[in-house]
Design a protein. Structure first.
Length: 144
C-alpha cells in the first residue's frame, strides 16, 4: 500500500495520470450506497472488506477519501514472455454526507490487456453488470 501526496492528486486531476494507476472509464451508473456510520468506521470496514474478498490496496488518500486497488485477473492467459486477457481494478470513493452517515461509491475499470515482454497495451471494455461492485458494498455493510 502506498499513500499518494498532493502532487499525485494534482497530476491525476490534470489528467497527467499516475504510473500504474490508469483512470477508470466514466461509468453511466456508479454503484454506491450510504451507510449509517461515521467515515472512520466505514473506512476501516472498507479496508477489511477488500482484504476479505482478496483485493489488495495499491494507493489511497484517506484525507480526500479514495482507494485504488491493484489489478486482478478476470480471464488472463500468461506465459513468460507474453500475456493476454481481461483484468480489472477498483476505485472506491468515501464521503461523509451527514453527521454519522457515509456514502461509498465503487467504480470498476475493466480492460483488455495485451503484454509482450515489457510492452503493455490496455483497452477499456464496458462491464456488463455490477456484481463485483455490489459484492464489495455488501461486504462493507456486513462489516459495519
Amino acid at each position: 500500500m502506498r499513500r499518494i501526496g498532493r502532487i499525485g492528486l494534482l497530476m491525476a486531476a490534470l489528467g497527467l495520470g499516475l504510473a500504474g494507476a490508469p483512470s477508470p472509464c466514466p461509468a453511466a451508473d456508479v454503484a454506491s450506497r450510504t451507510f449509517d456510520a461515521p467515515l472512520d468506521r466505514v473506512w476501516t470496514a472498507t479496508e477489511s472488506a477488500l482484504k476479505s474478498l482478496g483485493w489488495s490496496i495499491d494507493t489511497y488518500d484517506r484525507a480526500v477519501g479514495w482507494i485504488l486497488t491493484d489489478p486482478r485477473d478476470v480471464d488472463l492467459k500468461e506465459s513468460t514472455a507474453s500475456g493476454e486477457g481481461l483484468r480489472h481494478k477498483l476505485r472506491l470513493s468515501l464521503k461523509a454526507v451527514a453527521a454519522g452517515r457515509t456514502t461509498v461509491s465503487v467504480e470498476r475499470e475493466l480492460y483488455q490487456e495485451k503484454r509482450v515482454l515489457w510492452m503493455i497495451e490496455r483497452k477499456a471494455v464496458a462491464a456488463s453488470d455490477q456484481t463485483v461492485e455490489t459484492r464489495i458494498l455488501d461486504a462493507i455493510e456486513r462489516g459495519l
